[in-house]
Write a protein that binds this ligand. Structure first.
Ligand code: FAD
Length: 391
């Protein structure tokens, strides 16, 4: 049985508030009980009691995982950390009174706060988007809306038409997962990917070439250099090379870009393109009592693309640095890697691996990815039994 360790210095009655149940915060909750700052209390704020793990989302969309396998349980993690979960949305932070403003509940006081709320793929500029499309981020609502769509279509004999706006790796991965799932369910879907530029720009040439073949094998309609101009309840209007067209659609996903949440811009914190500026200790460059991690943060010392791998790697530094701030100790430096292994699901139980310009694919890569993802989830799910700490 794991026993809580004595913290170096007691930090009584300090409130640490984790805003958002993103990947870094989930891992902080997981580790807090074994590395606590004595006397300090953890609170996590998230709109729901669970949050999806990004690595398994394409596999969930394709029908390889159940919803309970995709989600980690923030309630359970908060209890494990002897803290509490507030199911609500943060909509502001008053830095004078050190309180977090919630959408529904009363303000939450903090001594140290950390923000890990991710990003949104909502495209406010695109007419009809908010009424008729589903953003790829946050991941939870996408997973829910997709499942509803698949169930709804189960009783229909006509063929579904799905459009993905944004042909980056995430958009293409979703297109392959959706095409595979609908075919597996006996449909003959039309799945289209729209991009204002060319697709798969963020991977190496070899990966791009081979992923295109995978898309073609799944009969995915690729529309490059094409602008989506408007969306209605049953079609999408687009323009390409000066001519306009329409596509009948039943399900539209917005996967073009990662946009910061609007309320972040009203906090008085320094930002870059709307993402919160943090330094090498993960503290915001404006306020040392506020940390930011994951997609919502901009690493001023080492800018990186938005990827879950960075949120995961930041977690141990965030934990140490929150404690160090409470204890007046020296903070550690987070130095992100320059390249990382990109594992891309290909619809069926096959995946591609892209690193250092090389690309390998197949069932074995899927098995490797599946093992990595399940190991991550078991860290958050299989919590050790711990003796209650004190009276
Ligand atoms: C289809 C797809 C595939 C991807 N595949 C990969 C991959 O293979 N590898 C990889 O590294 N990255 C991948 N990504 C990117 C990855 O999803 C993100 O980088 C990752 O989820 C970022 O994690 P995070 O911890 O910053 O935030 P998130 O995982 O987005 O979590 C944020 C949490 O905060 C909550 N929240 C939001 N607003 C508020 C608020 N106001 N108050 C309180 N809580 C709030 C959300 O509900 C959510 O629970 C993929 C993305 C997509 C769309």
């Amino acid at each position: 049985m794991e026993q809580p360790l004595e913290a170096l210095t007691a930090t009584p009655n300090k409130n640490i508030v984790l805003v958002g149940g993103g990947h870094a915060h989930a891992l902080v909750l997981r580790s807090w009980r074994t590395e606590p700052a004595a006397g300090a209390h953890l609170t996590v704020i998230n709109p729901s009691t669970t949050a999806p793990y990004t690595g398994m989302l394409p596999g969930y969309i394709a029908g390889h995982y159940r919803r309970d396998e995709l989600d980690y349980d923030l309630q359970k993690l908060a209890q494990f950390a002897e803290g509490n979960l507030i199911v609500d949305k943060a909509i502001g932070i008053d830095r004078q009174t050190q309180t977090i403003t919630l959408e529904k509940g009363p303000p939450v006081p903090y001594d140290i706060c950390s923000i890990n709320i991710g990003v949104t793929s909502v495209s406010n500029q695109l007419p009809g988007f908010s009424d008729h499309a589903v953003p790829a981020k946050p991941l939870g609502p996408l997973a829910t809306r997709w499942t509803e769509f698949v169930h709804k279509w189960a009783t229909r004999s006509d063929q579904p038409s799905v459009a993905i706006i944004g042909g980056g790796v995430a958009g293409c991965e979703l297109a392959m997962a959706m095409s595979y799932r609908l075919r597996r369910d006996g449909h003959n879907p039309k799945v289209s990917v729209f991009d204002t530029s060319s697709i798969l720009n963020e991977v190496g040439q070899a990966a791009r070439r081979k992923l295109r073949i995978e898309l073609t094998n799944l009969d995915i309609d690729i529309r490059e250099h094409t602008n989506v101009d408007a969306i209605t309840h049953d079609h999408l209007s687009f323009s390409h090379n000066g001519s306009n067209g329409q596509l009948q659609t039943d399900f539209i996903v917005g996967a073009a870009g990662a946009h910061p949440f609007q309320w972040i811009s009203e906090l008085g914190l320094a930002t870059t393109n709307g993402f919160i500026d943090v330094g090498e200790t993960l503290q915001t460059t404006t306020d040392p009592n506020i940390f930011a991690v994951g997609d919502c943060a901009h690493l001023t010392h080492a800018p990186r693309p938005k990827a879950g791998v960075f949120a995961v790697r930041q977690a141990p530094y965030l934990l140490k640095n929150i404690k160090a701030t409470l204890q007046g100790a020296k903070l550690e430096t987070f130095d992100p890697q320059t390249d990382y292994l990109k594992l891309v699901s290909l619809g069926k139980k096959s995946a591609g691996a892209d690193k250092f310009g090389r690309f390998t694919k197949g069932g074995i890569v899927w098995q490797l990815k599946d093992r990595i993802d399940r190991k991550f989830m078991s860290r958050l799910e299989d919590l050790p039994t711990i003796e209650p700490s004190g009276p």
